[in-house]
Write a protein that binds this ligand. Structure first.
Ligand SMILES: Cc1cc2nc3c(=O)[nH]c(=O)nc-3n(C[C@H](O)[C@H](O)[C@H](O)COP(=O)(O)OP(=O)(O)OC[C@H]3O[C@@H](n4cnc5c(N)ncnc54)[C@H](O)[C@@H]3O)c2cc1C
Length: 388
């Protein structure tokens, strides 16, 4: 099936209007797409959207070179869009014990060769630069010296949304329940109120809740909601100038205002929950996060919890990587989902890629082909190991 690429009447309907949906919409206009674009969003407050609940970190330290390149584009975007993004380029510090040191060093070489700026620090250097860390059981750490840090995801979303609206994109409040298709093409988007929106292109950007929307077409998208709890706290450590730190135990930690935020993945036996469940896992603090934190940063044995919240990782159970690009049987259905907890930083690159595909029929900047549907169909994972 080959849908029209852009005439003034070619209709795009985007399912989900947070980071991915809004960057796809904005980028379509940037690429010169002139047809009507409708973004369907069930909750314009974004109270439950992963984008609004994320830690908004950006890093170039990934296993997959393409993700490094997507982050480099994201970092450029953040720098160019200015102060409002509150981009704090303080780096990610990824710690390694002896068993993982060689692997870390090889990854840093790959990331650097791909255009990132990542320094390998041995234990002595780690202790000198980060005296708050207990380095006794560490061998090394890798520190991004540019293009890494964190930003204001809410500003990123609202700015992309505002730019899309200024360019004539329509945001419709409604809940998508399924898709209609005929002869190998998606022809309509069905809403809960019974309305059907006809479309020539349909972009799936509904985050952790994407899979049920295409299940009716017989598409098994292995993206599920995985609840991740974050803790905001104060501790007797000066946060100024500290990087986002990823520990060997799996916890992550970064400065936030006068204090810190952090989290840790639950063990698999505690990782099953209904898809809409956003009740924070309070026990995770005492069972896992705090003990590991106090081991790595002894001064954080003392902490005062300010607040706890949970959001969803849109976990691709095949390989913890996004699915971007067209479906094989329904060629006008374009995925932009499954970012597995590292998506907000990749929204600018993913949105640009989807827009290039729809507008020009090919990726013109970064080739996002490796993240396409074919690997999911064929069960050929492009595994990303760096998910915190
Ligand atoms: C605690 C936490 C920390 C994170 N930290 C980071 C980080 O440091 N760096 C990073 O890059 N990423 C991080 N992420 C991941 C990041 O937030 C996501 O990858 C990204 O926000 C995904 O954007 P999205 O637009 O695909 O999904 P969402 O932001 O979830 O948006 C999907 C939208 O679709 C709408 N929707 C869903 N179903 C329907 C429907 N049926 N009809 C209409 N609308 C619908 C929803 O209301 C929602 O607004 C984190 C996530 C969490 C939870």
């Amino acid at each position: 099936m080959s849908a029209a690429r852009s005439s003034g009447t070619t209709r795009v309907v985007i399912l989900g209007g947070a980071a991915m949906g809004s960057f796809c919409a904005m980028s379509l206009r940037d690429q010169g797409f002139t047809g009507p674009i409708t973004v369907v969003e069930r909750d314009p407050s974004y109270a439950r959207a992963s984008t609004a609940l994320s830690a908004a970190g950006i890093r170039t330290q990934f296993d997959t070179p393409l993700l490094v390149e997507m982050s480099l584009f994201g970092a450029d975007y953040l720098r160019q869009t200015g102060e409002i993004m509150a981009f704090r380029e303080e780096g990610y510090l990824v710690l390694a014990d002896a068993g993982r040191a060689e692997h870390r060093a090889r990854l840093a070489e790959m990331q650097t060769a791909t255009g990132a700026e990542v320094a390998l620090l041995d234990r002595a250097e780690l202790s000198r630069r980060f005296p708050h860390l207990n380095t006794g059981d560490l061998a090394c750490g890798t520190l991004g010296t540019r293009n890494e840090g964190w930003f204001d995801a809410w500003s990123m979303l609202t700015q992309a949304r505002a730019r899309a609206r200024e360019a004539g994109v329509d945001y419709l409040t409604g809940e998508v329940t399924g898709l209609e298709a005929q002869a190998g093409a998606v022809t309509g988007v069905v809403l809960k109120d019974g309305t059907t929106l006809p479309c020539d292109w349909c972009v799936l950007a509904a985050g952790a809740h994407s899979a049920p929307l295409v299940a009716g077409l017989g598409i098994e998208l292995p993206v599920v909601a995985k609840k991740r709890t974050a803790f905001a706290f104060r501790a007797p450590v000066d946060p100024a100038g500290l990087p986002l730190t990823c520990d060997v135990s799996g916890f992550w930690l970064r400065p936030e205002g006068q204090g810190f935020i952090g989290g840790i993945q639950p063990p698999p036996e505690r990782d099953d929950h209904p898809p809409e469940d956003l009740e924070p896992d309070h026990d995770l603090l005492l069972d896992l996060f705090w003990p590991n934190l106090a081991h790595r940063v002894p001064a954080m044995e003392e902490l005062r919890l300010d607040r706890t919240w949970a959001g969803h990782y849109e976990m691709n159970m095949l390989d913890q990587n996004a699915v971007i690009g067209p479906h094989d049987r329904f060629g006008n259905l374009v995925f932009c989902t499954g970012f597995s907890g590292h998506g907000v930083q990749h929204a600018p690159a993913a949105g640009r890629g989807v827009a290039e595909w729809i507008r020009h029929g090919a990726y013109r900047s970064l080739d996002l082909g490796p993240l396409g549907w074919a690997r999911v169909r064929d069960g050929q994972p492009l595994s990303e190991g760096m998910v915190f």
